[in-house]
Design a protein around this ligand. Structure first.
Ligand code: NAP
Length: 325
């Protein structure tokens, strides 16, 4: 578990921009479980953050100075920068995207349901899960950032949706979002029986955010030719040295399952379609957005600790006032 002592805040001089670079005043920091993985000293899809370096994370901000005519001041951009008020970026910054923020839409939506979170839900369900109307879709960490969107997207695409979440309050949120059934997995002595009761026709697509014991429970409950969309395995992120065993993998053969992981940004071709669909659903009120907002960079560590304790509902973000030069 991360603790407050793992973090410190430092001030630094604002560097002079080199040709092609631009200075971004960050307005939002995404507080994501993936950050926990970046802090482990192990091989992953990105190099680990070294001790003493800025914590890596997705940011959204406005360009306030520029030596790049393609990225003029005033424009909003998202990128995988870090927990900092100002970022010096170049066109090669990891995950750099121009954000065409509509003034009537809350800016934080572009980091959540209209940003990486919503895109992850849509792409996982459609590009990996290939969901079809009438199927049963089960989502874990369903009250979380990705899960709360994934459940709603599957419902809007005609699926029967069941959510797993870790408290009675979270279950109430899921019911309010329109999940057909929701289970407090911590309160069930026999989770397998509870899922069977909620899914009398079995599970066609399991959107897995947590891995571990929940994945072990789900595999035998999948229908033949079902799909496990491996979005993440957050239940192991605080314990990478001793990940929980999944002892039911043989079910992949018994049920001829497909189990596939993905990274959202490897599906760039689908992003415009996903973005357009999510925008339409949010504008017409059929997709509800859950936010967990914190203020000020000094509160980023506590927001992250809260996220990694499993208590949060919706997308955890830190809002920053635009840095005045
Ligand atoms: P989140 O769901 O808002 O927050 C994490 C939730 O995970 C917690 O609230 C908790 O909810 C659940 N959880 C279960 N076991 C846990 C444990 N041992 N410790 C802490 N939390 C635990 O987070 P998110 O941002 O939406 O991310 C969800 C998953 O999607 C993560 O695995 C993340 O890595 C993944 N992700 C993948 C991609 C991709 O491109 N593949 C992109 C973004 C996110 P309950 O107790 O209610 O279950």
């Amino acid at each position: 578990m991360p603790t407050y002592d793992d973090f410190r805040i430092e001030s630094a001089a604002i560097p002079n921009l080199k040709p092609e670079e631009f200075l971004v005043a960050n307005r939002l920091l995404a507080i994501d479980p993936a950050i926990r993985g970046f802090l482990d000293d192990g091989e992953s899809y990105l190099p680990p953050v070294a001790i003493g370096d800025t914590v890596r994370g997705m940011t959204l901000g406005r360009i306030i100075r520029s030596r790049n005519s393609a990225h003029p001041p005033g424009r909003f951009v998202r990128s995988l920068a870090g927990w900092e008020e100002l970022s010096v970026l170049s066109p090669h910054a990891v995950g750099l995207e121009i954000v065409d923020a509509a003034p009537e839409t809350p800016l934080q939506f572009y980091m959540g349901a209209l940003g990486p979170t919503g895109l992850t839900a849509w792409i996982g369900l459609n590009e990996i899960g290939h969901i079809k109307s009438g199927q049963t879709v089960l989502v874990s960490a369903a009250a979380g950032a990705v899960g709360s969107v994934a459940g709603q997207v599957a419902r809007l695409q005609g699926c029967r949706v069941i959510g797993l979440a870790g408290s009675a309050a979270k279950v109430a949120h899921l019911k309010a979002l329109g999940f057909h059934a929701a289970i407090d997995y911590r309160a069930e002595a026999d989770l397998s029986a509870a899922i069977r009761a909620a899914c009398p026709e079995g599970v066609d697509v399991y959107f897995d955010n947590v891995g571990g014991a929940t994945l072990e429970t789900l595999l035998p409950l999948m229908n033949v030719h079902g799909v496990v969309v491996v979005c993440g395995m957050v239940s192991d992120y605080n314990r990478q040295d001793e990940p929980q065993p999944v002892r039911t993998l043989w079910q992949l053969v018994v049920k001829r399952l497909t189990m596939r992981g993905f990274l959202t940004y490897e599906h760039a071709a689908s992003i415009p379609t996903a973005q357009a669909q999510l925008t339409q659903w949010i504008r017409n009120g059929s997709l509800k957005v859950l936010d967990n907002l914190h203020d000020g960079i000094e509160n980023a560590p506590s927001a992250f600790i809260e996220l990694m304790s499993g208590r949060t509902v919706g997308k955890t973000l830190v809002k920053l006032n635009e840095f005045a030069l």
